[in-house]
Design a binder for this molecule. Structure first.
Ligand code: MRU
Length: 356
């Protein structure tokens, strides 16, 4: 998708260097950053220069490629794989991508290993882009149906950033939105600010602006009122891990939006590629919920009136804060899962029919 009218993907490989768009600098600065070592990759994932479940997975895949360039000894690669998987615990795409890479290179001899790994990392990216495009076409039908009934602008609420910046291209939650916009269906997006890191305001609104999709940022607690006043036609969010029973783990605050949507009879959809499905964990209580530094709550970053980036403390110095990054929306609150294979019920049966 576009930044300043130029098409980009979120990650690419050039001259043995992984190139990323540094998302900690958006929306105020557009910086393309070089990752040259496995340490750079682990750091980029940990401090969220790259973020969003599919993009974390793709970056980790390239991490294995860089690791091979440093030292293709099996024990070094195994250590790199373990450290990558630990760098952010909740998004299942990370482990999925690392496991896929390690399987692909297992037993491969040293003069072929780099080429095979690089091709696999590229394949993970190409596949994600293709899957996200299909998610868009499948979700488009739902937006079209609402528009055909309403005959007016479709208002869609989204949380966090499940946009193209969170994937390779298109996004998950935003892909149906971009497809609808390209088709000329009038849409308007309510963008949850998404405290504490403001991925909605900083990333979703930014990328929608670049594609000229009408959007309005709202404080995270505004969605309920908008729903009660008939200003939301549907919600679409992404996910970091969806269980085979349809329970959805996503950015903190998603659950409360789903509850409000249920209370107001508003369809609540979750968009995801199959790489985000965890087929193993049966109980959402077993999903590792990332706890990040409470500085992300107590400090805020932005531009001062001279255009300099500044970080400010906004909480009392003595106050304690806890920063849990994800929550669980039980399947019963999810109207449907929009996947690359079609839309299904958020249930064991629904997912089984599509994927097994
Ligand atoms: O902490 P983040 O910014 O990585 O969280 C991202 C989300 O919660 C997204 O909704 C999810 O990863 C899906 S991205 C297509």
């Amino acid at each position: 998708m576009k930044i300043e009218s130029k098409e980009y993907r979120t990650i690419w490989f050039e001259n043995n260097i992984v190139k990323i768009i540094d998302q900690t600098k958006l929306p105020h600065r557009f910086v393309i950053k070089d990752l040259k070592t496995i340490k750079d990759v682990i750091n980029a994932i940990t401090i969220m220069e790259v973020r969003g479940a599919p993009l974390i997975g793709a970056t980790a895949a390239y991490g294995i490629v860089l690791s091979i360039l440093e030292n293709n000894d099996q024990s070094f690669l195994k250590k790199s794989a373990d450290e990558l998987i630990k760098s952010r615990p909740t998004a299942i795409n990370l482990k999925w991508a690392v496991d896929r890479m390690m399987k692909k290179i297992s037993g491969v001899n040293s003069n072929k290993i780099f080429e095979i790994a690089l091709n696999e990392a590229k394949e993970i990216c190409d596949e994600d882009e293709k899957f996200c495009e299909s998610i868009g076409l499948n979700g488009l039908k739902i937006i079209e149906e609402i528009h055909n009934k309403k005959k007016d602008t479709v208002n869609i609420l989204t949380h966090c950033n499940a946009g193209w910046l969170a994937t390779i291209n298109w996004g998950t939650a935003t892909s149906p939105i971009y497809h609808a916009h390209k088709k000329g269906i009038p849409i308007h997006i309510w963008v949850d600010e998404t405290r504490p890191r403001n991925q909605g305001a900083n990333l979703t609104s930014f990328e929608l602006n670049e594609e000229e999709v009408p959007n309005t940022i709202i404080a995270d607690n505004t969605g309920g009122l908008l729903m009660q006043r008939g200003k939301v036609d549907m919600c679409i969010v992404g996910t970091d891990r969806t269980l085979s029973n349809g329970d959805v783990c996503n950015k903190i605050g998603t659950y409360l939006k789903a509850l409000a949507a249920k209370d107001n009879n508003i369809p609540f959809y979750v968009a995801l590629p199959s790489s985000t499905i965890d087929w193993n964990i049966k109980d959402h209580k077993d999903i590792p919920i990332e706890e990040r530094n409470s500085d992300e709550l107590s400090h805020i970053e932005g531009l001062d009136n001279k255009g300099n980036l500044r970080k400010l403390q906004i909480y009392p110095k003595k106050s304690k804060a806890i920063n849990l990054a994800f929550d669980i929306t039980p399947a019963k609150y999810v109207t449907g899962l929009i996947t690359e294979k079609g839309v299904c019920e958020a249930s064991t049966e629904g997912l089984k029919n599509l994927f097994k």
